[in-house]
Design a protein around this ligand. Structure first.
Ligand SMILES: [Zn+2]
Length: 83
């Protein structure tokens, strides 16, 4: 009996677009890329995960963005709501 375990991760770029904000290191444009990684077992897909990667187009730095964060450079202490 021969049992072959095949589990490889396949990555597929779904789309990429220019993300709001700029690179904190060099100020370059940031491109967001949605990557779908499928973990397949014996050529049957087991799980799909979609991750969003942020990469600076100038310095190629990998960036992390918090999805709930408003666009950068807003400062909550500057709002007049707590008067
Ligand atoms: Zn940069």
């Amino acid at each position: 009996m021969c049992l072959v375990l095949l589990c490889d991760e396949e990555q597929r770029v779904l789309r990429s677009f220019t993300a709001p904000g700029s690179c904190p290191y060099c100020g370059g444009k940031v491109v967001a890329t949605d990557v779908e990684s499928a973990c397949s077992f014996c050529f049957r897909p087991l799980c799909f995960r979609t991750r969003r990667k942020f990469i600076c187009t100038l310095c190629r730095c990998r960036l992390v963005s918090l999805p709930t964060l408003p666009p950068p450079y807003t400062h909550e202490h500057l709002t007049a709501s707590d008067v």
